[in-house]
Design a binder for this molecule. Sequence first.
Ligand code: SAM
Length: 220
Amino acid sequence: MKRIPEPEELMDEADQALAYAQADFSASNELFIQLFEQLYAGEFTGLALDLGCGPADIPVRFAWRYPQASIDALDGAQAMLDLARQAIENNGLEQRISLHCQYLPAPRLEKKYDALLSNSLLHHLNDPQDLWQTIRNSAKPDATVLVMDLLRPESPQAVDALIAEYAGDAPEVLRRDFEASLYAAYTLDEIRGQLAVASLQGLTVSQISDRHLAVQGRLV
Ligand SMILES: C[S@@+](CC[C@H](N)C(=O)[O-])C[C@H]1O[C@@H](n2cnc3c(N)ncnc32)[C@H](O)[C@@H]1O
């Protein structure tokens, strides 16, 4: 099935950001943390960067799971960052999670990171190199990379089946977001091609659920 890009890359409408922040993504966000645990043996104590952090549910979960970690969380949408700030304050994590309003492609970021994280950003990007080059340029040697996203289904019927299964009762705005995201998602082969262009072939790309994929590994 042909890819249809998202109508807008950023989620900068207050209503859309709020509907997204109020939706229950706990299962997939917890899966993200479990994948990181499998990838990074031991206690992570370094500096992580979360790209396209949205309302910061993943940085908050990561901070609770790894109490010695610090996280820089970046998003281009101020509406999302306003919600992220609330979540961080509600969890008392202001000292460990810092927010950055930054649209990708970014000029080179100042810091280098021990872990590069991203969930559900890739399918928003019309130029996926905006993500992969940021990861390559911002990683310390031996950094851990975990990128999770939706996988584009093979047919419109498969899209409809996923919407019925996972968003049947969701508000209309979220059902439309989910549908647009599934059409905009990349395939495993497309991502392998993107990684080759970015010289990130060391990362592995795999399907991890009926609708998710992960790109993961350590950089050499
Ligand atoms: C689907 S949300 C995912 C949010 C979060 N990672 C999560 O898992 O809940 C995608 C986020 O990426 C942000 N985004 C999209 N394109 C971007 C870009 N070019 N630069 C920075 N952020 C972007 C959007 O504003 C939105 O907050």
